[in-house]
Design a protein around this ligand. Sequence first.
Ligand code: ADP
Length: 447
Amino acid sequence: MISKILIANRGEIALRVLRACKELGIATVAVHSTADADAMHVRLADESVCIGPPPSRDSYLNIHQIVAACEITGADAVHPGYGFLSENAKFAEILEAHDITFIGPTAEHIRIMGDKITAKQTAQELGIPVVPGSDGEVKPENALEVARKIGFPVLIKATAGGGGRGMKVARSEADLEEAVATARTEALAAFGNDAVYMEKYLSKPRHIEIQIVGDGAGNAVHLGERDCSLQRRHQKVWEEANSPALNVDQRMKIGQVCADAMKKLKYRGAGTVEFLYENGEFYFIEMNTRLQVEHPITEAITGIDLVHEQIRVASGGGLSVRQEDIVFSGHAIECRINAEDPRTFVPSPGTITHFHAPGGLGVRVDSGAYQGYRIPPYYDSLIGKLIVHGRTRVECMMRLRRVLDEFVIDGIKTTLPLFQDLINNQDIANGDYDIHWLEKHLAATSE
Ligand code: ADP
């Protein structure tokens, strides 16, 4: 049994995990940098430990300090949240070596999915449909031959990729040499590894991902899909569940493919299998071996608390649900509220002078922000998530419009005005958008 969890994260996700622990009667330890001493996750935890100065590498990414904080407080498990150390296989191994439970998958599964080529090969072996592309790494001297085989346009991607870095499109043979060279340079700078591979470039796909949870012993369920096609620079901005593009049969079919794959893998914990979806076909792009920012929309339509499930599975208690018990109810939308200029997306740290979160039926606000809170300039600009649920997509959109009018965050710039724009857009109302829609819309409306 787990009796005390150290949350190796900050901000709204630390608070999210803390809430689940409290509901389960598990004691909590917050860790924080000196810049976060007055943060809400620190205030609400049973205990807290300062683990270093503001830069992440000296605090939230400092494995030694986090293990020491576990030893000092007697925490017997760590929840990594997302970002930071959540997909660090070495961290999972070090914790296990200290007899501390890592609330997440095995180090081996994190490693397999962390390398995009291995992940794709594994997905294929497990029966998951993948994007047509190269067999593993592509060297510059073979690039033309591989690209001709796949057919232009092609996408060059970094093996170690993440956050859309090291990714370049080559539309024709003339573009190829430069695209490969740029992708390799970017990959080396971002990940210290210049290996790249190649995929067919899909021109108008949607990004659709399947939430899964496994017990590590061969049992796994899927919790339907999320549509995360509204992106800027490959960063998700607005997510919805269910996808406006899928019907029940498609959902259950691709969901089952993923659940069956996770059973074969004996996957433990929560994970997301990400696909591009075009012309009725799914193409695997990657798997995230952690909780995701957009997990609350899945919770809204299933009523299942994903952090509860993660903790149950990590403590050997198995899953609380069987596939046949999972009911998908209504529609949910999440808006990521970033402390950024809504047009330029330049971060806007500073002090929040006024904060009023909306409420009412079907409304959830996950945020550690409050009036007087100073947003430090060192971290991700996500300061909160607004999740709205309705019985239908139309009801959900009507509610979201009302809620956006009610939400007040003064003193800093936020992305709230962007959502006020989107909620009044006809394409969004129709659910008619692909992964390029938002960039095109932003370009068109800034002229
Ligand atoms: P990262 O790990 O860098 O985020 P992903 O493989 O998850 O990389 O892809 C991120 C985004 O890049 C996708 O959501 C999609 O917008 C775009 N993308 C990835 N692969 C393709 C592809 N084969 N064709 C078109 N767009 C793609």
